[in-house]
Design a protein around this ligand. Structure first.
Ligand code: SF4
Ligand code: ZN
Length: 266
């Protein structure tokens, strides 16, 4: 996943997974003088939630001596996430959950900053749990080709897309949390107020129930997809990447999902 001289942007939300990842990457980086780490935190603008996470992310970066960049939805898209959800609610007829919007906008924000700082890779702390939930969610949404695109190390598909890596993709969430606890690392445990509305929660509960009864189930799903992925990638290759006619970011449509969502919000 990582080369000895990579500049790595690490997405740090302040939660247990991302702060554990930051500490582990910092430990690895110390042995590689040509490598560089920069932490990026996205401030969605979620009142009573993100402020504390920002402080925790900053505190961890300070302790590790890592540069910390913060990018907000407000500065990038003109609204805080709370303002966006209010506008969408007022308009009605919206079938997507808040997390569906937040996820798309956050991915864009991280890519924009990672590209600005000329990072070679963008590391996110997706764990085995996140990966298996995402696989199920893509199936629930009938969007199986996304499984090919969201692999643990993405290819160089477009000069404007920073390659993504997921160093924790085979680490169960509980182990990432355990690492933070054993190392006495401070992280945010308060859940996001929008999280309960997400379909991901149902996928999480379903998978945890299965794992409890049949240990190893999450690894089995992850490894099955690893074997199927090359076939899915072949199918996904037919999708050509263009540049969005509104913002110029890479997309398979004429207008990227971020701009489609922004228009809906506006
Ligand atoms: Fe965004 Fe949903 Fe995560 Fe909250 S739980 S930060 S709304 S993706
Ligand atoms: Zn766009």
């Amino acid at each position: 996943m990582i080369d000895f001289d990579d500049k790595i942007a690490v997405a740090v939300s302040g939660g247990k997974d991302s702060v554990s990842l930051l500490h582990i990457l910092a430990k690895i980086e110390r042995k590689h003088p040509k490598a560089e780490l920069v932490a990026i935190t996205v401030d969605e603008g979620i009142k009573g939630y993100r402020d504390e996470a920002l402080k925790i992310a900053a505190e961890n970066c300070r302790k590790l001596g890592i540069e910390h960049r913060v990018v907000s939805f407000k500065e990038l898209f003109g609204y805080t996430f709370d303002q966006m959800t209010k506008r969408l609610k007022r308009k009605g007829g919206n079938r997507l959950t808040p997390c569906a919007y937040c996820g798309v906008l956050r991915r864009k924000a991280l890519n924009v900053v990672a590209r600005e700082i000329k990072a070679d890779k963008l590391a996110t702390a997706h764990t085995l749990d996140d990966e298996t939930q995402t696989i199920l969610l893509n199936i629930f949404h009938g969007d199986v080709l996304r499984i090919a695109k969201e692999k643990p190390v993405t290819d160089e598909v477009h000069p404007k897309l920073v390659r993504k890596i997921k160093p924790f993709c085979e680490i169960p969430e509980r182990e990432a949390a355990l690492y933070a606890m054993v190392k006495d690392i401070r992280f945010q445990s308060e859940p996001c107020p929008y999280a309960s509305e997400a379909l991901r929660n149902d996928a999480r509960m379903m998978l945890n129930r299965l794992e409890e009864k049949h240990p190893g189930m999450k690894f089995a799903i992850f490894n099955s997809i690893k074997r199927i992925r090359p076939a899915l990638e072949e199918m996904a290759k037919k999708e050509e990447l263009k540049e969005c006619s509104e913002c110029g970011e890479p997309t398979t449509d004429n207008i990227c999902r971020t701009c489609q969502m922004r228009k809906q919000i506006e």
